[in-house]
Design a binder for this molecule. Sequence first.
Ligand code: HEC
Ligand code: HEC
Length: 231
Amino acid sequence: MARVRKLITPLLALVALAALALAASGCGTTDADPQRGRTLFIQKCSECHALAQAGAVGQVGPSLDHAFAAAREEGNDSDTIEGVVKAQVEYPRESNGNSAVSMPADIVTGQDLDDVAAYVGEWAGVPGAAPPKVPGGPGAQVFANNSCAGCHTFAAAEAGGVTGPNLDEELQGEEQAHVEEMIVNPNAEIVKGYPPNVMPQNYEQLLSAKEIEDLAKYLIENAAGGGKTKG
Ligand code: HEC
Ligand code: HEC
């Protein structure tokens, strides 16, 4: 944690200065839409970053909750964190010694960047943050809480991710046990046309047996509108 603190503090100072300059010039910001930013975050950032309010569990980059918890506790407000996020997306800091996992610049720009930064600013490091409640029962909630929507299309959850296969198309008539296996052990069988090691390998650690069961049941029951469950 100390390492993270050390990296963030100078950035915060810079952003605070920039904010002062902006305020002085009378040029305020924006009508950012954090709700839209949340969807964009799940689509564009959750593969690499954890953020509790988004249900994001990516592990390539730092957890944004951990990254900003100390800053928030020290009294930096959402606007300040928003500024740090914008700066990082526009000019990503080079990764510590491992350029293979550096964050690419300008993953989002313009209004999209405003919205994502406003969203992360609102929630990163907020104690006890959790994804909002969704309709559809316990399995739907597990799906919403674990960034499945960032990578998969699934109509019942209004999920439009395209990094992984379309679950409406793939899961019709699947067996419960097989779907559970696909979730906890995604590399056992790689879906044709998709790369291995993209779907997180740690859902078995993140989720309880009951949650995995609820999730698989929800997917089978709702694939392509449901009604195609075997047995
Ligand atoms: C391909 C993976 C990847 C994606 C996608 C990605 N990031 Fe990153 N991000 C990283 C890595 C790696 C770092 C750490 C850089 C370093 O070592 O300092 C990072 C650092 C950050 C930091 C700084 C955290 C800190 O500790 O100071 C922020 C903020 C951030 N990313 C926000 C975002 C946002 C917002 C998005 C989506 C628009 C995003 N990232 C997408 C990989 C990614
Ligand atoms: C970072 C992207 C990513 C996330 C997050 C992700 N997946 Fe995947 N998923 C993939 C990719 C890519 C594949 C195809 C490659 C493979 O088979 O591992 C896949 C495959 C699958 C399959 C197999 C589909 C088939 O046609 O056999 C299922 C089921 C699945 N994912 C469910 C989930 C669920 C449920 C979640 C959330 C708990 C989730 N995935 C989260 C990327 C992701």
